[in-house]
Design a protein around this ligand. Structure first.
Ligand SMILES: Cc1cc2nc3c(=O)[nH]c(=O)nc-3n(C[C@H](O)[C@H](O)[C@H](O)COP(=O)(O)OP(=O)(O)OC[C@H]3O[C@@H](n4cnc5c(N)ncnc54)[C@H](O)[C@@H]3O)c2cc1C
Length: 376
């Protein structure tokens, strides 16, 4: 008898969980309160950075190596490849964190990279107006992922393998029941052997706030109209990030045609951001002046690329208190797994998140050391 698994959420984590569980022969039901590809969660809006020289914690690097294999495999399986290798450039003050710690991570894990002085960066990418005290690292295997394509590709694989996809179905709660789990939804009650919670910014109440402390936050991203020749197009410009004085990251993507969504030079800022209720549509709506979250930093560090903002969107982070993911079995019920609190940096891991979800549900353990992401 195949195991029956319910997956809550069909964004980055949930779509990959459905794909991998169904590949391994499970009978899967994937539910989302909205439609596939919606823009109200954390998994839309054209591009996500992928990098290997992770300075946040060295425990992520083995996961990223595996994720990269998964992206390459997914690219081979789909007509619209979600992973685009552009290289990655990370810049910070020499006493900062982003560049020195990424260099240390690259050295520790044998990741291909080039260390750069400010002058070398200015010579090769004149769009950056940086001072002599800044340094950088270029990582050739970095790139970007198109989230719309990645979610669609995983859902297609899941459907091909028999997964029942239920859109516009909200999960209201769950309880252990006999040897399985009962899940109450807006379309009735379902039963399964195992439940996987991949509910992003909404996961706290579903997992129980004492189990998963998720702080949803409102993030702004903007596309700028840059008319003159500035070197911001692919393949000249790689995916890039620059650490600001307050340790937040200004980051962006090379302009390229053929991607879903707005045209222009996409730039945003990675920081915890203001906490919001993810269901508060009014609070999430774009407000006049939202682009000022990004525009002054763009004008300071890439002044030649500081055209007018033509499109602004908001997006949700699902932050943990320390910025690290929370992955594992529910502490009170090992028939429930959680892939949560991806804290604004989870997309690049998508293929390996699917594997972790499938391992937790079907094998009861994972083959990676996830102690640093422990739910306990
Ligand atoms: C602006 C922005 C920029 C980012 N940049 C990067 C980047 O460059 N690189 C990177 O690696 N990561 C990046 N991230 C982070 C990454 O995109 C997220 O970590 C990831 O997409 C979150 O995926 P998720 O599946 O956890 O959540 P989501 O994609 O939000 O999916 C959760 C799903 O669960 C559903 N759901 C919730 N509750 C229920 C319920 N009760 N019943 C049914 N369905 C439910 C929701 O509708 C939603 O579809 C960025 C995020 C944002 C917002």
């Amino acid at each position: 008898m195949p195991q029956r698994i319910i997956v809550i959420g069909l964004g980055c984590a949930g779509s990959a969980a459905c794909a991998e569980l169904s590949r391994r022969g499970a009978e899967v039901i994937g539910l989302d309160q909205f439609e596939i590809g919606h823009t109200r969660g954390g998994s839309a809006h054209q591009s996500r950075a992928f990098r290997l020289a992770y300075y946040e914690h060295s425990g992520y690097v083995p996961l990223l190596s595996r994720a990269r294999e998964g992206w390459i495999q997914l690219n081979d399986e789909t007509s619209e490849p979600p992973f685009i290798e552009t290289g990655g450039l990370y810049i910070s003050h020499q006493d900062g964190s982003l560049a020195p710690d990424s260099i240390a991570a690259a050295k520790m894990h044998g990741i291909e990279h080039v260390e750069l002085t400010a002058r070398q960066i200015r010579d090769r990418w004149p769009v950056f107006d940086i001072t002599d005290e800044m340094i950088g690292i270029f990582e050739p295997l970095a790139g970007l992922v198109v989230p719309e394509r990645a979610v669609a590709a995983h859902i297609e694989i899941a459907r091909r393998n028999g997964t029942q996809i239920m859109e516009r179905t909200r999960v209201l709660g769950w309880q252990p029941y006999k040897s399985g789990i009962k899940v109450d939804t807006s379309s009735g009650t379902l039963e399964a052997d195992h439940l996987v919670i991949c509910a992003g910014a909404w996961a706290g109440p579903l997992a129980g706030p004492e189990t998963l402390d998720v702080r949803p936050s409102r993030q702004v991203l903007a596309w700028f109209d840059v008319t003159h020749e500035t070197g911001i197009d692919a393949p000249e410009l790689p995916v890039w990030a620059l650490e600001l004085q307050d340790t937040s990251l200004l980051y962006g993507f090379p302009r390229m045609s053929g991607l879903p969504g707005p045209e222009g030079f996409k730039v945003a800022r990675h920081w915890p951001g203001p906490t919001v209720d993810p269901d508060d549509v009014k609070a999430m709506a774009v407000q006049p002046g939202d682009e000022s979250d990004v525009a002054p930093h763009l004008a300071r560090w890439l002044p030649k690329a500081a055209g007018p903002a033509t499109t602004v969107h908001t997006c949700l982070y699902a932050n943990s208190p320390d910025g690290h993911f929370r992955i594992g079995h529910h502490p009170d019920c090992d028939r429930v797994s959680i892939i949560g609190a991806l804290s604004g940096h989870g997309f690049k891991f998508q293929p390996v998140l699917g594997e972790l979800a499938a391992d937790l549900a079907l094998k009861g353990h994972v083959d990676f050391d996830l102690n640093f992401l422990n739910l306990h």
